[in-house]
Write a protein that binds this ligand. Structure first.
Ligand SMILES: Cc1cc2nc3c(=O)[nH]c(=O)nc-3n(C[C@H](O)[C@H](O)[C@H](O)COP(=O)(O)OP(=O)(O)OC[C@H]3O[C@@H](n4cnc5c(N)ncnc54)[C@H](O)[C@@H]3O)c2cc1C
Length: 392
């Protein structure tokens, strides 16, 4: 059921644009997947797996999608559609692989958006070549959905730079990253009584930066990052003073919808294993697939899945055409992640005892889908975005 943008374009004209580009990308992704099947990566060491995946993604030219052509990237502008298509293919294979891919973009796009020329020229080609591993540090123990509650502080330092103090948590690639984009409060109150925030680039080996790793339910390098008097030169500030949240939101414009695309990849795989199993498994003298009750469940999953794809690629195409509204990505992310969770739960149920057996595909998918409904804005936060657009 991999309903790619190419097929959607043919059927519904949702994508438009350069069709040859999507064909070329899908061919490359199919080749990449075949190579991985021939030589799988051991994910038991999360950091080593991340480094290997980043290097292999770079070798296949896929990290070039995260960087503009001017800095060694694939196209003039970073394309949400290309990122969505890639995440849908990669997530089918492995959540850790998908994370290694997307973090290169999530952790470097703020530099593309707002970094000084010299920083862009130094960092971005390394991102595309897989020589830098990126992280994006926004969440804090007291600031999850409510990002304006962040307490990490950027105090004025020498020569126009700043000094960072504070703690971030749930930071993907914490410890394995060589490049961090960090958001911090600049001073307690700005004009109009509102707090002001800045965005900064920090190398992974900066003195004063330390990491405490955590473990989540699916393979995913993650942890808390502390900043104890970390000096950041003026050249590593991203954008203007006080523009940090604007940069964080600009990043989400590109990447939030792609969480929905990763969920599509997981749902694709869930549907595939469900259909295979129901056709093969015989109970009561016939394959389970011939039970109407199970056919009804499959029809619901399949319809949900196609609807999710339409929402995801509609939002990605709108962003690439620069006509997107925030509710489009919010609907896509919410619907695709929630419906993928339902599809995967259905896969587990359809396989019976095998569905909860460690090492079986549905068991992996069941653990991998869960975080997608939480990061880059929980389902509840997406509902607030959608309602805000409706009630404006
Ligand atoms: C695997 C994983 C990877 C992550 N990677 C990163 C990363 O790389 N960088 C980064 O900065 N962060 C990252 N995060 C953090 C993630 O973005 C946050 O977990 C998320 O924003 C939610 O914040 P929280 O966990 O503090 O939950 P909270 O904000 O405390 O929310 C708890 C619950 O309350 C609900 N809730 C909160 N506010 C409202 C409201 N106003 N109305 C209704 N319901 C509400 C939420 O929806 C949620 O269900 C990651 C998280 C995970 C799980």
């Amino acid at each position: 059921m991999l309903l790619t943008p190419r097929i959607l374009d043919r059927e519904l004209g949702t994508i438009g644009g350069d069709r040859a580009r999507w064909v070329a990308l899908e061919t490359r992704l199919a080749g990449f997947r075949e190579a991985l099947e021939r030589e799988p990566v051991d994910e038991s060491d999360e950091d080593a797996a991340t480094r290997t995946y980043v290097s292999r993604l770079a070798g296949a030219g896929l990290l070039a999608l995260m960087v503009p052509a001017e800095y060694g990237g694939a196209a003039e502008r970073v394309s949400s559609t290309a990122i969505c298509l890639t995440r849908q293919w990669l997530a089918r294979t492995s959540g850790a692989l998908d994370t290694a891919f997307v973090m290169q973009g999530l952790g470097s796009y703020p530099v593309t958006l707002a970094g000084r020329d010299e920083l862009r020229a130094t960092l971005l080609p390394k991102v595309a070549r897989g020589e830098a591993i990126c992280a994006f540090a926004l969440t804090e123990p007291g600031a999850g959905s409510d990002i304006k509650a962040m307490q990490t502080i950027a105090r004025p330092g020498e020569d126009g730079g700043v000094v960072l103090d504070g703690e971030k948590c749930f930071i993907s690639n914490a410890g394995v990253a060589t490049s961090y984009v960090v958001f911090a409060r600049e001073q307690q109150e700005g004009e109009g009584g509102k707090p002001r925030f800045g965005a900064f680039w920090v190398p992974g080996d900066a003195p004063g930066l330390s990491v405490e790793r955590a473990q989540v339910i699916a393979p995913h390098p993650i942890g808390a990052v502390r900043f104890d008097g970390v000096r950041v030169p003026a050249a590593h500030r991203l954008g203007e003073r006080g523009h940090g949240l604007r940069i964080a939101l600009g990043n989400l414009d590109v990447f939030r919808v792609s969480v929905g695309a990763a969920a599509l990849g997981l749902a694709d795989r869930a549907l595939e294993v469900t259909v295979e199993h129901l056709q093969r498994r015989v109970q009561f003298g016939k394959p389970l697939a011939r039970q109407q009750g199970l056919q009804f469940a499959l029809a619901d999953v399949c319809t949900d899945h196609v609807a999710a794809q339409l929402l995801v690629y509609r939002a990605a195409a709108a962003r690439d055409r620069q006509t997107a509204t925030p509710d489009q990505a919010a609907m896509a992310k919410m619907y695709a992640t929630e419906s993928a969770q339902r599809a995967i739960d259905r896969a587990v149920q359809s396989l019976g005892g095998l569905g909860v057996t460690v090492g079986q595909v549905p068991e992996r998918l069941y653990r991998e889908i869960r975080a997608l409904r939480i990061y880059e804005g929980t389902t509840e936060i997406q509902k607030l975005v959608i309602a805000r657009a409706l009630l404006a």
